[in-house]
Design a protein around this ligand. Sequence first.
Ligand SMILES: Nc1nc2c(ncn2[C@@H]2O[C@H](COP(=O)(O)OP(=O)(O)OP(=O)(O)O)[C@@H](O)[C@H]2O)c(=O)[nH]1
Ligand SMILES: [K+]
Ligand SMILES: [Mg+2]
Length: 334
Amino acid sequence: MLKAKLARYRAQLLEPTSKSGSSGTGFDVQKAGDARVALIGFPSVGKSTLLSKCTNTVSEAAAYEFTTLTAIPGVVEYQGARIQLLDLPGIVEGASQGRGRGRQVVATAKTADLILVMLDATKSEEQRRLLEIELDAVGIRLNKRKPDVVFKRRTTGGLTTTVKLTKTNEKTIRTILASYKLHNCDVMIREDITTDEFIDVLIGTRKYIPCLYVYNKIDAISLEMVDKLARSENTVVISCEMSLNLDYLVERVWESLGLVKVYTKKRGERPDLSDPVCLRKGATIEDVCLGIHKSLATNFRYALGRSSKFSPHAQKVSLNHQVQDEDVVSIFTK
Ligand SMILES: Nc1nc2c(ncn2[C@@H]2O[C@H](COP(=O)(O)OP(=O)(O)OP(=O)(O)O)[C@@H](O)[C@H]2O)c(=O)[nH]1
Ligand SMILES: [K+]
Ligand SMILES: [Mg+2]
């Protein structure tokens, strides 16, 4: 019950209080391109150096802490896709609780499609855990998917569990529901969740964001250490200064975003490889149409799709056909 209370108070605390209605907590940078990637890390880990190396934007880098004072967007081009990379001020322990810039940084992280937790490979492992705590405190869940719990407010209701709960129990769930005054609701638990995960579902504003741990400055540590770090999960090791592994980082960023690039082709012409339509995995031909122009979906007759990975021949496909990465699509309208 204390956990539930604490989570509720924290959620209230982080809620925008301004009457203007805008959350006003993040930095005011327009989203641009096909996805947004945010750089989160302690001061002087090399965030700005990375932005300057991977994009056409220059962000001032220097040996003193808090060189960067605001959000600086750059664009990473990857096989025709445009990814917005956001350089942000460094944060310190307690950023999520404090006022001002630290809070602003973590609030901005919430708007990202992927978070790069940037770490200094020469510093202790502790930095990673500290950053995770700050992101967790504002409701960001890294590399997790939303728990499989269906929750609906109703006039009557009940609790159904389709799996055996081993990390929490029904009594705890009922106590938490009561403490939130949720007496009439339908709850269906379809996964062996923890108490904390259940509270996350109730709070409802959690963000489940993929994350890569990026260890910079590997030029300054031993090869054994580099090898060890490089083998960890969701981890990329780089040296911005010596331009080591930066192309691989961009590849991993693309992969972690879980996007697909679809190339369009006009009849009798070669596919346009410079300007793909980028969509979420699982997207359909209809999404491709909408990504180009609304009228394409309404006037849709059929499409010819060619999957570069699975079949060399174009096939006639309908609106609900799922597209794969690097598919080539021609759309025919009425
Ligand atoms: N040895 C080494 N030093 C690096 C590397 N990348 C960046 N640096 C140095 O680290 C210092 C900090 O770099 P910045 O890019 O300013 O770091 P930041 O994370 O943007 O720092 P803040 O904006 O202050 O939070 C600079 O002196 C860089 O030259 C690297 O790969 N290896
Ligand atoms: K710095
Ligand atoms: Mg900086």
